[in-house]
Each structure stands twice: as C-alpha cells, then as structure tokens.
Design a protein around this ligand. Sequence first.
Ligand code: NAD
Length: 484
Amino acid sequence: MKMNDVTKQHRNLIAGEWVESADVNENRNPANTDEIVGLYARASKDDAARAIAAARAAFPAWSKSGPQQRHDLLKKVSDTIAARAEELGELLAREEGKTFAEAKGEVMRASQVFGFFAGETLRQTGDAIDSVRPGVEVMVQREALGVIGLITPWNFPIAIPAWKIAPALAFGNCVVIKPADLTPGCAWALAEIIHEAGAPEGVFNLVMGRGSEIGAEILDSPEVDAVSFTGSVETGRMVAEKCVAQMKKVQLEMGGKNPLVVLDDADLDTAVNCALNGAFFSTGQRCTASSRLIVTAGIHDRFVAALTEKLNSLKVGDPMDGLVHIGPVVDESQLEQNRRYVKIGQEEGATLVCGGEVIEGATPGHFMTPALFTGTTNEMRINREEIFGPVATVIKVADYDEALRLANDTDFGLSAGICTTNLGHAAHFRRNAEAGMVMVNLPTAGVDYHTPFGGRKGSSYGPREQGQYAREFYTTVKTTYIQA
Ligand code: NAD
C-alpha cells in the first residue's frame, strides 16, 4: 500500500491552520532512495515564532480546561492511532527503515502512550495537610507549566513524539514540536490525528525543519517555558546550556553505550537472543542498544559462536519484506559513520568476526550487514563512543566483578543488562549497575510505557520521561497556605 500522494505538500500546523512553505523537504525511503515517501514543509523562523505565540495564547484556556476534555482528546488520539496502525506502520518503515513488524509495534506503543496519559488526566494527586501553624491549612497541587517545546530524533519517529506530546497535553500545557528533519512523516501524521481529534487552536503546533533553524528558534524564544529534547549528547549539551541560561526547565534524553553482561552460568539461548535483539534489531539504531557485550571467559567462545551463527542467518533488506530481520541504516551519513567505526575497530586491533559490509539490495538503499567485533578492550573507541548502527563488540572478562566494573566504566548510563542464572549476581547487578534501567535476562532495549524511562551520567538530564514520573517534568508544584 502506498499511502502518500507525493505531489502533496504536508504542511505545518500553526494556530490550528495548515501552513504551506516555500522550502520543501523530500522525505526519502532509506531502503529505496529513488522513492519519495512524501513532501514536507520546512517551517520558517517566522512560522516557528507564530506557533509559539499561538501556544502561548491558547495556554490560559487549555490549562483550565479540566481533565475530562483533555482525557477525551487523548483517548481519541490513542484510538485513532491504533485504528490506523497498519498504514502508519508502513509510513514509519518507509521513512525510517525499521522492519514493518517493529514499525507497527512502535505505532501501537504511541497509541498506548496516549491511552495511558488519557488516564493520567483523571489520576490527579495532591495533598491537603495541616500547617505547623494552628488554624492554617496547606494545599499542594500540580499545575501546568505553560508552553513546552519538544525536539525529537529520527529513530523513534512516532513513539518519542507521542511520549512527549501526550503528557504535555494531559497536564494542561500547550505544545510546539519540531521533529527530526530526516523523518517528519510520522510526526505529521500524528499532528493530523491530534488536530482532527479536536485539539483547540494553538494547543498543539507542528513546525518541521532543521534543528539549527527551527530547533534554535524554540530554544531561544522567551515564550517557551520548558524544553524536552531527545537526541545526541552533543546537541543535548547545547540545548541544556541555552535553556539553563534562560532558566527554562529542561529534560534531555541522549545517547547510550549500554552493556549486556553475560556470565558463565547464563542460559546460552537467552543470552544470545538478548544480544541479538538488543544490539541489532531496529538496525542497532536505538539509544538502549546493547553495544557492549561483556562476557566471562567460561562461556565466551560458545556465546560468540552461537551469536555469529545467528547473525550470519539474518536477512538484511527491504523493511516491508516479511522475511527481512534488519532494515537499512537511516541515511548515507549514518552509514558512513558505521563504516568509519568498523574501520576504527579494525585499526584498534579488534577482530571483525562477521558483517560490517555495505551490501546492495534490490533497490538503491543504505544496507549494511550486522557487525560483531571480538578481542576488544573497554578503552577502545568502539567501546566508548556511540556508533548507533548494527555494530556490537565483545569484551572478554575473567569474572562478575570485572564485568560489573567495565559495565560501569562508561560516560553513559541509560540501560544495562545481565544474563545469569545466579540470583546473587542478578541482585547485585541490579543494585550496582550505574544505569537508569536494568534488565535481567532481557535485552537492554525494550521497555514498558507505564514505567519511568531515562538514564544517568551522559545519557540523561532532568526528570524521567513516561509513566507517572512524567508529571515531574510536565507540571510545576504550587503550595497554598490558607487561614479560614
Ligand atoms: P540529533 O541530536 O542530531 O537531533 C535531535 C533533534 O535535535 C533533531 O530534531 C534535530 O533537528 C535537533 N537539533 C539539531 N541541532 C539542533 C540545534 N542546533 N538546535 C536545536 N535543535 C537541534 O540526534 P539524532 O541523530 O536525530 O538522533 C540520534 C541520537 O538520539 C542518538 O544519540 C541516540 O542515542 C539519541 N536517542 C536517545 C534516546 C533516549 O531516550 N535516551 C532515544 C532515541 C534516540
């Protein structure tokens, strides 16, 4: 099914109106670069300023609209996404490159997120307590923050916008979102759904375009009260600096170099499947990818042999082909980065056991076979820097203590996993892994939508996303003292 009319310009949504642009982005399919997925309007700086002003104007009414209206809007969005899951899954697979099954799963996740936050509008919390001063009562309530700027990456083009937009709207904020320039299609489809579900004018605004222009406009505007960003560490650091300088509330989700520890006593099949899924599915383009496989000596050779055999049997190709396991890399520059790191790994003395080759598909696309390095040390660049592709390394260690030490010896701290049948090691790892999320006998990637998401060190900054914890970022607390 080809869903997009490629002559139609998908416009920005500003103050409840679809606004055309002279600058049009050709969104291309990474599995077939001859194919244009759709034409998307790049907003001007003026467009972004108008979107922010519209959000500001809509805020007083929306923040006082009450939970029922917000619940109904989010519920409708959730239901519509689910009803359109096939079509949106195909759009996602065609613009980002993950397999249709993964893409449809991501679309369903976006629906679940909106469903969860529809419920959160009604599950309000607060305190009514006695003051230490007799006759005085104290109320503690959460209120909306104001205008929230959302800046999102390309690798989860519907789920990440969803898990920022849904809580922002649920708690009574107005939104201006700038999705990644590389994958505007899913964010546009989501904007259409939110608009058609009846979001009042200005409550939700979409401005597509380049980070350096439109993202910068959001960061610099004094009318934006808070910014939630997901993307690379480099951009995130700059976002934080700008926000802090203006005293905007800021939340950052950034990169990872996530360890998966495999101990001698692990169930081999479980460990291999965790590594395969965590490191290579979604073409390794996940912030939670298991890019460092830290394996104890007793199981090392069996683990490497079994994982290599599985990797060699994976089919790389068109994400819409049901037999394909790994879709293309998202674009030429990411492919170049992956190739560069494969070369760096070889130059550093690591052994490339399999993959790492750019291959031709049936159509012109960015296809690369999944690469596994052995004989690596934790000091190598391939173990310190985020590659963000289908590339994983094996670090051989003597025992659990060394494994834990190396797992924590990283600038990142998003997700960390362990495969073991020893309850003591599992429990110790859970308490001592320096990561925001810990997985025991599970892949480092793959999380729930009703639980907090985020990390430590260079991976995250500010309050957690998702689940009930999302309210920490999307609300502000007011304490009222009342003497009757
Ligand atoms: P990126 O930092 O290049 O871009 C992210 C967003 O920031 C995009 O919308 C981009 O246009 C915008 N941007 C770029 N320059 C900007 C500027 N000067 N001002 C304002 N906005 C600007 O990241 P990416 O390549 O899109 O995404 C990949 C990265 O995202 C990886 O590092 C990955 O680990 C990370 N990521 C993290 C999580 C998480 O939750 N921790 C989830 C997904 C992806």
